[in-house]
Every structure is written in C-alpha cells, then in structure tokens.
Write a protein that binds this ligand. Sequence first.
Ligand SMILES: CC(C)(COP(=O)(O)OP(=O)(O)OC[C@H]1O[C@@H](n2cnc3c(N)ncnc32)[C@H](O)[C@@H]1OP(=O)(O)O)[C@@H](O)C(=O)NCCC(=O)NCCS
Length: 218
Amino acid sequence: MPGWTRAHFRRLFPWEADRYAAHLKALTPQGRRWRFCGCLGDDALGAHAARAIETCHVEGCFLDGRLIGAFELFVDPLPLGHAQVALSVDPAHHHDGLGSELLARATSRASLMGAPEIDLQIQEDNAAMIGQARRAGAAMSRDGVDVGAALAVPPADPRRLSLALLQDEASLLQGMFALVSGVVRRAVARTMDDRWRLGARRWPARGGMSPSATGEGQ
Ligand SMILES: CC(C)(COP(=O)(O)OP(=O)(O)OC[C@H]1O[C@@H](n2cnc3c(N)ncnc32)[C@H](O)[C@@H]1OP(=O)(O)O)[C@@H](O)C(=O)NCCC(=O)NCCS
C-alpha cells in the first residue's frame, strides 16, 4: 500500500505560502519546468505560491507533517465555470498513485464550484502527466507546442456540499493548529537558547552545547 494512504489532505491558507513554496522548490529542475511550462527561479516560486493560495483553491497532501503533493484549482468567474488545474508530487512519491488522487480531488472540488470541465496544459514531453490525464479520461488536443487535456466534471451532488464545508472547516482548524504549534516551538527553542546563553555567561567553565544545537526544543 503506498505510504501516502496514511496522509491527510487539506486546503492551504495564506500563512502557509512558505510551506507550499518549499514543496514546489523541491521538485526536480525537470519537474519544475513541467509544472510551470518553463523555468522559474526560487523567488518567482515564492511569489507564485503566495498568489496561488490567495486566488485559487490549493489543496495539499501531508504525510508525517510534510507537504508531499498539492493541486491548484482555479475557477474563472468569466466565463463562469472555466477551470484550470495543475498538480505537483514530491519526487520521492512519484508513481504511487498520488497524482491520480490529487486529480480526482480537484475534479470533485471543481464539480462543487460549478465547473463543467477542467483544463490542464501539459508540456509535450511530460509523459507522466499526459499518461495520467489519459487514464482519467481527458480529451487530449494539440495546443501549440503543448498538449491540452480537457477533463469532464460530473454535475455537483448537493449531498457532498455539506461534507465539503465540514472538510473546509477542518482544514482551517488544522492550518491554524499548525501555525500556532510552529510559533510555540520557535518560542520554546528561543527561550532554551536564551537560558543556555545566560547559564554559559554565569558558569563559563561548564561549557556544553546549546539546547537548540543538540536538537532539544525543535
Ligand atoms: C505528473 C505528476 C503529478 C504525476 O504524479 P504521480 O503521483 O507520479 O502519478 P501517478 O502515480 O498517480 O500516476 C498515474 C498515471 O500516470 C501515468 N504515469 C505516471 N508516471 C508516468 C511516466 N513516468 N510515464 C508515463 N506515464 C506515467 C500512468 O498512467 C500512471 O498510471 P499507472 O500507475 O497505472 O501506470 C508528477 O510526476 C509530478 O509532480 N511531476 C512534476 C510536475 C508536473 O509535471 N505537473 C503537471 C503539470 S500540469
């Protein structure tokens, strides 16, 4: 069974832009080119992550606290319903079905948002994404040097709406918990460091390593 089946999926929030950027930066140079249809530097990826979270539905897959995959779903209000999706999976988790799971989740969210179809723009040498889109039943077409994939979205099932609202609320709580626990962890590490420095000044002969250097309070 793939490792990511232990993972959980949730929406990302603006205060998690750095986390999302770190995931995108961890793609291989080739993966980065495929994901962005060209080369993007680290600064541009940081800016992209922040903008995407503000303007799209960005959902991530977390395994043991690490973001190992994500999709961005953008539903254009004009014309209403036109939707675009882009995916990324951490290279250590390729070929494990996570990309397919992300595409399925993007499709079901697009359905709730009223989009009849989602489009993917894929570079012609991106065999993984072309294969994945084909397997999902997308209609493929040539789009200049790229490949266009149009995936039909089933009509929204109103019974799923309340579930989606509950999931969004859970996402918000989990995102806020991650934010608060990060702040607390850093504050504890700072306090331990300060106490160690104070102790080292009082008893210089005792020496030793600072708590943060030994990994305590991380
Ligand atoms: C494209 C990407 C998201 C696929 O993720 P993944 O988790 O490896 O995909 P899956 O394991 O779900 O694969 C699903 C299907 O895709 C196809 N596929 C996956 N890797 C493939 C490869 N290297 N060659 C051909 N087909 C491939 C297969 O049909 C596969 O089905 P199978 O497992 O029955 O063979 C991942 O490779 C990635 O992050 N690439 C870099 C970013 C990118 O290209 N994003 C897409 C931009 S639109």
